[in-house]
Design a protein. Sequence first.
Length: 268
Amino acid sequence: MQIITKSLGAQTHATLHGYLRRDAPTATYPAIIIVPGGSYTHIPEQQAEDLALAWSARGYQAFFLRYSFAGERQPLLPTPVIELAQSVALLRQHATDWQINPAQLIVAGFSVGGHIVALFNDLWADAAFNAQAHTTPEQVHPTAVILGYPVITPKAGFPQDAATLATLTDHPAQIEADQRVTDQNAPTFIWVTANDPLVPVQNALAYAQASIAHHVDTELHVFHNGPHGLALANPVTAWKPASDQPHVAHWLDLAAEWLTEIHASSKR
């Protein structure tokens, strides 16, 4: 395995960290970018790495994005969404060097990382957004997205206070990801727990409903129990005993099976 780190520019702290399979020099692999949570103030790097390595073990070229945080940009959004678009473009640019199949680029976001990914899914084809990112829709088109216990809209309970929201945006309506879904959104897999105490399940439900209304290939799994921030939901990422949830941990197999179908349908 080759471990790489790529800066997204001299004027940002954002970096893309990659774990590249190098066991078969002529092979190409699907790729996934993990966009972790952290309340827009930090990211849990060990958890992000564990998620990336779980996908590496399933045959993916795996990456995680350390995006810009609140305090580094004011207001913060849409900077992390732009950084994600630039990261997807970077994967396509280096597809040959990094042994990536450019037709199989997945983006997976968790908690506020899910908010970033959901907004990116809404905006990847938008001309004004690509002008901000200095990209083109062809460069940033995701094959599919995965959302784990995602933040979607301030109207569904996160953030809970106006002061925090003000650090994120001057225009709250522009970050309501469920209101910005289009028919061009990529196939979307969503998983959440029904009793998440930090990011209410209504976030995921709102995005799934909007996606289905726009005829987006959508799969939604609502597990009955589990705290916020489950990641792999197994002992590897459990940050407290209740975070080891064997039933919820099935999300990874379900997502991998779903992606196999998505990849197969893209070849027809």
